[in-house]
Design a protein around this ligand. Structure first.
Ligand SMILES: [Zn+2]
Length: 487
């Protein structure tokens, strides 16, 4: 089976073929650090993390780059209000991003470039766009000439003439065409600024992503991800200036995750306070939040409400309980079915797990459909429960149980569902009671006396107390015989 990915630019699904064999370049538009991250932001980062994990599972060496926009008008305004430095405001919100990302089990990016640390690359990039005739300097600003690139508008599906009629031109505007957008803006002396060939100023928002993506991933890379709200103008402009600077392509696939909505509307900034990650993490386990974000196709719109989160918590608990029962069933030793034989329910579970496995990976190969993949895990837990009910937790078959565990463990590597991995869910080994230990000691004694009848009788007594005893070269070993309740 081949991984198929939907590309927003061509509006079609196609086979994934990496730009460089065995490698993947993934650029994710990161946070503008004017505020703490909310769940809507984290949707994009969790989706890209799942995509990265799947590509790594498939054997690709992924380079994941995610920027921080650490200078812009809103950060400057916030610093002014707080009487703090821009750096302090940015730093505080970056720390809160890292905390939220760690809680949600998002793998750290390989590079977290910040705008303020990449000014030379950004300025050089703007010069390239000017040299190729796609941008012009005007009164200390630099603008991208939108009409100079015939592809402009295609990514977001916009018509230039319609856009043109909707734009109001402010007095004193330096643009040659109202559609043009800034690559560089002159900065007043009281505000942060950097020296450039066009005077002291700051980069426009879009240029940073082009300059930093190309700096770390090369001119042509595989995936560009971000929220759907970034499609226009951010990604449209990023694509235009990148293709114009390089004279070639840019990202092979554009991935846009759906938006998180409250009720039926897109989240606003004030809702952001309500959905602030710091607050949410006090109300819901991080694993439930991650599960909620992954239990759908990443392109779909997600509705946030307490009801939806309660459903997610129930769903997550069902998976977790299934995994725990499975691990309990696999705890050594009492495999009562002799090796080489398999029970009828065992045979059924074996077939069911093989089908689930095939469907799980088919869902992941179909444009990273984690929601459908999780659906197969629910199915797997149902299959397991049927099996445990049919066997009554006795006479368990190692082969189908191991196969079920392997699928759950692989799914967990890809989706990052269980904190600390699947193995961390294993129930702690139970200690035998003094009564059981006393019987085991008496049995050992009987064996030394070669009184096999007494030893067998004592073993029966131990079994009746829910324990089994096996003899090893180091002496006897007690283990719990499983008593499993089906879900
Ligand atoms: Zn960006």
């Amino acid at each position: 089976m081949t991984l198929q990915v939907y590309d927003h630019q061509t509006r079609a699904k196609r086979d994934f073929v990496p730009v460089k064999p065995g490698q993947v370049g993934l650029y994710v538009c990161g946070l503008t650090v004017q505020d703490h991250p909310h769940l809507g932001h984290m949707y994009a980062f969790v989706a890209c993390d799942m995509i990265r994990r799947y590509l790594e599972y498939l054997g690709y060496a992924v380079t994941h780059v995610q920027n921080f926009t650490d200078i812009d008008d809103k950060i400057i305004e916030r610093a002014r209000r707080e009487n703090a430095t821009v750096e302090a405001v940015a730093q505080r919100h970056m720390v809160s991003y890292y905390e939220a990302a760690a809680a949600l089990q998002i793998k750290p990016a390989h590079h977290y470039p910040r705008v303020t640390e990449h000014m030379p690359q950004i300025i050089a990039f703007i010069e390239r766009v000017i040299d190729r005739g796609h941008a012009y300097a005007a009164g200390g600003d630099v603008y991208f000439r939108v009409r100079s690139w015939s592809e402009y508008g295609k990514l977001s599906g916009r018509d230039l003439d319609e856009m043109r009629s909707g734009i109001r031109v402010p007095v004193g505007d330096q643009k040659q065409d109202p559609l043009d957008f800034a690559l560089w803006k002159a900065a007043p002396a009281r505000e942060p600024g950097w020296d450039s060939p066009w005077g002291r100023g700051r980069p426009g928002w879009h240029i940073e992503c082009s300059a930093m993506a190309i700096h770390y991933l090369g001119e042509h890379f595989d995936f560009h991800g971000g929220g759907r709200d970034l499609l226009f103008p951010h990604h449209e402009n990023e694509l235009a200036q990148s293709c114009c600077a390089t004279g070639g392509g840019y990202s092979n696939f554009w991935l846009h995750n759906g938006l998180l909505v409250l009720g039926k509307r897109k989240m606003s900034k004030s809702d952001g306070n309500f959905l602030d990650m710091g607050t949410l993490l006090t109300r819901y386990p991080a694993a439930v939040l991650r599960f909620f974000l992954l239990n759908a196709h990443f392109r779909s719109q997600l509705e946030f409400s307490d009801d939806r989160l309660r459903e997610a918590a129930t769903g997550y608990a069902r998976l977790e309980r299934g995994a725990q029962q499975l691990l309990l069933a696999l705890q050594p030793p009492a495999r009562l079915v002799p090796a080489g034989l398999i029970s009828l329910p065992g045979h059924q579970l074996l077939e069911a797990a093989a089908t689930r496995r095939q469907r799980f990976f088919a869902a992941m190969d179909d444009d990273f459909n984690s929601g459908a993949a999780i659906g197969e895990l629910f199915g797997l837990v149902r299959d397991l429960n049927l099996y445990l009910a049919a066997t009554g937790g006795q006479g368990l078959d190692p082969e189908p149980l191991t196969m079920t565990r392997d699928l759950l463990a692989e799914a967990d590597r890809i989706l990052g569902l269980f904190r600390g991995g699947l193995a961390a869910l294993a129930p702690p080994a139970e200690q035998p009671s003094p009564e059981v230990i006393a019987l085991a000691v008496q049995r050992e004694d009987a064996r030394t006396r070669r009184d096999w009848a007494a030893a067998d009788l004592l073993r029966e007594q131990i079994l009746s107390l829910g324990w089994d005893v096996v003899d090893t070269p180091q002496g006897y070993r007690l283990s719990r015989t499983r008593v499993l309740a089906a879900d």
